[in-house]
Design a protein around this ligand. Structure first.
Ligand code: GLN
Length: 470
């Protein structure tokens, strides 16, 4: 077994007991990157030299019995996270040569935890997209079948973990960008509670919806990683106060007696039959594990996409205004089609005369969606649903049909609108052997419970053990 195939937990144990060194572990990851990145287009920038230097440092600290939570563990960063001295492109031509002067808070925390940074991963430019195809650096490919999309926008991050180039990767989720690629790659992905992880230094998409999380092979790894990045930050006024918590402590508590709701609106028309079948099998598994399953209703779900695709472009139009570049010799044409579409849409919905009709209405709907969740969480501990209405689709299949592409977010956006956490976990495979995921949604700050539920499901089903045949 090559060392890049390990989980964070396994690698931590092996490093501690000196079965192997961080340099060996990092070298195996770099070998895998060199072998498969030309095919999968997962990384935009590979930081081989820096990675090996950090690994040497980590090995010294390990010898000195230092105990840092990610000491010597190789990880990848979505290229939306500012990294001091390392190019940060947002996969957009506008920032093709941008080298930040500082690290995002999350990057700083990851470095302080001793991790080895392998490089920066591909994404839909500015995180606009659901398939990875909006990248100005070419699409990443799904390692389970390279004719298929890996899901977006955190496409390269998911691909790097699924193809075992990295042990874990960071992502951002504004309307599903961690959960969708996690589910399309047989991975675990957490979209945390809004404000639980600092956004400082992460290129902003839609500031009231953006959440920072991680993609990992297992639930335990995700809980470990989240424990490092969660917490308040004086540089991000929207972060919540520090609520120190050990996110791994309830992993093995199980789901017996927990009330899990199934929102009927999430299973309405448009759901692919294979996705439905996997979801129903997952419900059975939870029942067998002792959970109490009940049907519930989130009546405003249907308005989620409409509200999201007004609120989000409105904020995008404001956030991207700073990159117009016309004062610095850049042309607006540097923006790709999707960015331009969102800037125009958002400028329109915020303009005088239309603001009340669109933006304000969408914000009212936002409150209704949030209230739906608040009411349901008085009756149940958590909710489960599919992540995407369909299995992964072929590259190019929806690329020229933005509306169809937007509909793939129908089951993920309401979580961001409400600011609640949701964990995507593997739930099986389609007839074509493409991964399908389910999500577990909870009240604000219920991440520990989501890990507990996700871990019970994972230990029962063991889908994480299946690997793509590269
Ligand atoms: N697919 C959604 C969009 O294109 C979500 C993107 C994201 O979460 N960054 O807006």
């Amino acid at each position: 077994m090559n060392l890049n195939q390990l989980t964070i937990r396994q690698a931590k144990d092996g490093l501690k007991t000196k079965k192997f060194s961080s340099v060996e572990l990092t070298q195996d990851c770099l070998k895998q990157i060199k072998k498969f990145n030309p095919l999968l287009n997962s990384f935009i920038t590979i930081t081989e030299k820096g990675a090996l230097e950090s690994a040497v440092k980590a090995d010294k600290l390990i010898s000195g019995k230092q105990n840092l939570p990610l000491l010597g563990i190789p990880v990848a960063l979505k290229d939306l996270f500012s990294t001091k001295g390392i190019k940060t492109t947002a996969a957009a031509n506008v920032l093709r040569n941008y080298v930040p002067e500082y690290d995002a808070t999350v990057v700083k925390k990851i470095k302080d935890a001793g991790a080895v940074i392998l490089g920066k991963t591909n994404l839909d430019a500015w995180a606009h997209g659901s398939s990875g195809e909006n990248s100005d650096f070419g699409p990443a490919k799904n390692p389970w079948n390279t004719e298929y999309v890996p899901g977006g926008s955190s496409s390269g991050s998911a691909v790097s973990v699924a193809s075992e180039m990295s042990l874990a990767a960071t992502g951002t989720d504004t309307g599903g960008s961690i959960r969708l690629p996690a589910s399309f790659n047989n991975l675990v992905g957490l979209k945390p509670t809004y404000g639980r992880v600092s956004r400082f230094g992460i290129i902003a998409m839609s500031s009231s919806l953006d959440s920072i999380g991680h993609l990992t092979k297992t639930v335990e790894d995700n809980a470990l990683f989240f424990g490092i990045t969660a917490g308040s930050d004086k540089f991000d006024a929207t972060t919540l106060p520090d609520l120190t918590e050990n996110f791994t402590k309830n992993l093995n508590t199980g789901v017996s007696g927990l009330k899990i709701g199934i929102p009927k609106e999430f299973l309405a028309s448009g759901l692919d039959s294979q996705v439905k079948a996997k979801f129903e099998a997952a419900v059975k598994t939870f029942e067998n594990l002792g959970a109490k399953i009940t049907g519930v209703s989130l009546p405003h779900t249907d308005y989620g996409i409409a509200a999201y695709y007004i609120i989000q472009p409105s904020e995008v139009s404001s956030n991207l205004a700073r990159y117009d570049g016309i004062r610095y010799g850049l042309y607006r044409s540097y923006f790709g089609d999707e960015a331009k579409r969102r800037i125009m849409l958002g400028t329109y919905t915020l303009s005088s005369g239309y603001y009340d009709a669109y933006y304000k209405k969408a914000m009212e709907v936002r409150t209704l969606i949030k209230n739906d969740f608040t009411q349901v969480f008085q009756k149940v501990d958590a909710l489960i649903s599919p992540v995407c209405p369909t299995p992964p689709w072929k590259l190019g299949e929806k690329a020229n049909d933005p509306l169809r592409m937007y509909l793939s977010d129908a089951l993920t956006v309401t979580v961001n609108i409400a600011g609640i956490p949701s964990l995507s976990v593997p739930a099986g495979f389609s007839a074509d052997n493409l991964p399908i995921g389910i999500q577990i949604m909870g009240r604000q700050l219920s991440e520990s419970l989501l890990f507990q539920i996700g871990n019970a499901f994972e230990r029962q089903t063991l889908y994480y053990k299946q690997k793509p045949n590269l």
